[in-house]
Design a protein around this ligand. Structure first.
Ligand code: DNO
Length: 358
């Protein structure tokens, strides 16, 4: 499997490319044009610019996370036609510069949701945290206000000030949208874009809903085994794939991640590997990658990837903020680099054992 590292771009990330390259086994950055609004066409010059910045460090730009989906596509409104055309153009532009995987999500209104971005933990590190009591039954605008008061900037994707201005309208539009409608709108989108992805040698990889249950009453369609099954069946093509994110699916402890890896590996071009600790009341805290630190068995997860001969891309997903690092929530250098060494150590041990069996 190929090691990658999410990087937010020059001037937009605290971590230099030269540091990323020094992490053992590193092959490329997972990137995006973060200033492009959902639905805009990504211009070729901008893609070429990123390639020229990254490649001198011996890193590739094979994986993009994410090309975001305009709300009209998720809602199924008439403007979606134009936005689907724009999406196709972006895929063609990315394909021309060698991009192989495009991660995206189909979560209405918000991307991932947490209630604390820097929750203090027992050892003095801070980490991302989700607390049900602060979300359940609460008007999302109240949470937004609390975020604004407690953090200088809203750094979570999906919480951009521009989007938050239209919150009421968006919630109104989603009132009538049931899971079946959202699923039909995803199929409508995939039917049109997958042929373009195939033509350009790109694998689309849908990211699970994070967390994997309905939040603020919004519909969710990528939260469990059955949902993933329905998605891979929607369009039968290797270009219609999944970003299998252990941490996003993990808060529902009945989600059996190794089982998903074994069942869907042909359709997993991209893996996000991270651990979380799920408390009895369902709240969850992001921990180090170490199996014994959290509720997910990272050892079994890596074992499953090894068993199926996974040769796709993976990235260590979020890390904690340790050694006083000042960084984007979840995206520091140190804990993610430690995560990689743990994952690679497990992989090497499984590989050695397999060689021994021969
Ligand atoms: C959070 C990420 C998500 C992810 C998108 C994919 O750290 O995992 O923001 O990039 O959901 O579209």
């Amino acid at each position: 499997m190929k090691t990658t590292f999410r990087w937010y771009g020059l001037g937009n990330d605290t971590i230099p490319l030269s540091y990323i390259k020094q992490i053992p086994s590193m092959s490329g950055v997972v990137w995006a044009l973060h200033d492009m609004a959902a639905g805009e066409v990504w211009p070729e010059e901008r893609i070429a610019e990123v390639k020229a910045q990254v490649e001198p460090y011996g890193l590739n730009i094979d994986v993009v996370e994410s090309v975001n989906i305009h709300e009209s596509i998720k809602l199924g409104t008439p403007e979606r036609e134009q936005y689907i055309e724009n999406y196709k153009t972006t895929l063609r532009n990315l394909g021309k510069y060698g991009v192989k995987v495009v991660c995206y999500n189909f979560m209405p209104v918000f991307d991932w949701i947490r209630t604390d971005l820097f929750k203090e933990t027992e050892d003095g590190a801070t980490a991302l945290f989700y607390e049900h009591a602060r979300i359940d039954g609460i008007d999302p605008k109240i949470l937004v206000k609390q975020f604004e008061e407690n953090s200088k900037e809203l750094t979570l994707p999906g919480w951009e000030p521009e989007r938050l201005k239209h919150l009421d309208k968006l919630f109104d539009l989603y009132k009538e949208v049931k899971e079946e409608d959202l699923r039909a709108n995803l199929k409508y989108f995939l039917d049109q874009i997958i042929p373009v992805a195939e033509e350009m040698g790109i694998k689309m990889a849908i990211h699970p809903d994070d967390p994997p249950f309905s939040v603020f009453g919004l519909p969710r369609i990528v939260k469990c085994y059955e949902d993933l099954q329905k998605i891979v069946e929607m369009v039968d093509s290797p270009s219609n794939g999944i970003t299998l994110c252990s941490g996003a699916l993990g808060p529902n402890l009945s989600n059996d991640i190794p089982k998903m890896i074994r069942a869907f590996h042909h359709r997993i071009p991209f893996a996000h590997i991270r651990n979380i600790k799920v408390f009895e009341n369902g709240d969850f805290l992001e921990t180090s990658h170490l199996t014994s630190d959290g509720s997910l068995d990272i050892t079994e997860i890596v074992k499953a990837y090894h068993e199926v001969g996974f040769d796709g891309y993976y990235r260590p997903d979020h890390g904690r903020h340790i050694w006083e690092e000042k960084c984007r929530p979840g995206y520091g250098l140190y804990d993610r680099a430690l995560g990689i060494m743990y994952i690679q150590g497990l992989w090497d041990a499984f590989e050695k054992a397999k060689q021994g069996e021969k």
